[in-house]
Design a protein around this ligand. Structure first.
Ligand code: IPE
Ligand code: IPE
Ligand code: MG
Length: 230
């Protein structure tokens, strides 16, 4: 497998079950991010995409949003050394202009510092699949308006080339923790032939055995891409 993506869900439920504020669930969830990055390294997976904050998540209470943004800066700062040790390139997907200055600066810094590495950790923050497609449509419309592109020449490749990270291959497997059977606006274009795996395990509890279970489930799938199977 080349690319695994996670919808990291269930931090709030994890905290609630312990009588803790939701923000404690997010703190515990940040630890899972550290672990999962190392599982991917050990499994030789080149791309890891994490859905950390959706465009819809801005609707949450201010205090929760602020905690999440602080945790992100803390994560990027404390892990910078690990990124270098493990030669991981940090990349960003989403509407960066929505993010507080501290988050933008931390992202810009680690993106630049790690730009030469092959393995990639892609962080989706203020990300929405529909927003990404609207953004691609704007870019394509500008090319048409400038006379650089004939509308009749627009193909799937044109759209794919105008997504946030056009060089990243589509995910092979999308894992969602905490049981919800939905994409919640994640990678709508890129997910078309991804295998989906939903586990009831809450994100802060997600461990090595759960990761292995997801890889095993993926290994047992037959990817047909609309053609006939073996
Ligand atoms: C995932 O956990 C983290 C984000 C969406 C930012 P949630 O905060 O959605 O946790 P639940 O779904 O309420 O348990
Ligand atoms: C999806 O989780 C978004 C992220 C994991 C960042 P949500 O908790 O926001 O999704 P819904 O609201 O249950 O669909
Ligand atoms: Mg949730």
């Amino acid at each position: 497998m080349e690319h695994i993506a996670f919808i990291m869900d269930g931090n709030g439920r994890w905290a609630k079950a312990r009588g803790l504020p939701r923000t404690e669930g997010h703190r515990a969830g940040a630890e899972t991010v550290r672990r999962v990055l190392s599982y991917c390294r050990d499994a030789g997976i080149r791309y890891l995409t994490l859905y950390a904050f959706s465009v819809e998540n801005w609707k949450r209470p201010k205090e929760e949003v602020e905690t999440l943004m602080h945790l992100l800066v803390a994560y990027l700062t404390s892990e910078e050394k690990t990124f270098h040790e493990n030669q991981v390139r940090i990349r960003y997907m989403g509407r960066k202009s929505d993010l507080p200055t501290e988050v933008r600066e931390a992202l810009d810094r680690v993106e630049t510092a790690t730009a030469a590495y092959e393995r990639q950790l892609i962080l989706c923050l203020s990300y929405g699949g529909r927003t990404e497609l609207a953004h691609a449509a704007q870019a394509i419309a500008r090319q048409v308006a400038r006379g650089e592109l004939d509308p009749e020449a627009i193909t799937e490749e044109t759209i794919a080339r105008n997504l946030y990270l056009p060089d990243v291959p589509d995910p092979d497997l999308i894992v969602r923790t905490s049981g919800e059977m939905r994409l919640s606006n994640f990678l709508l274009w890129q997910a078309s032939y991804a295998e989906l795996y939903v586990t009831p395990v809450l994100w802060p509890d997600f461990g090595e055995a759960d990761f292995q279970a997801a890889l095993d489930a993926f290994a047992s799938r037959e990817r047909r891409y609309g053609a006939l199977g073996k």
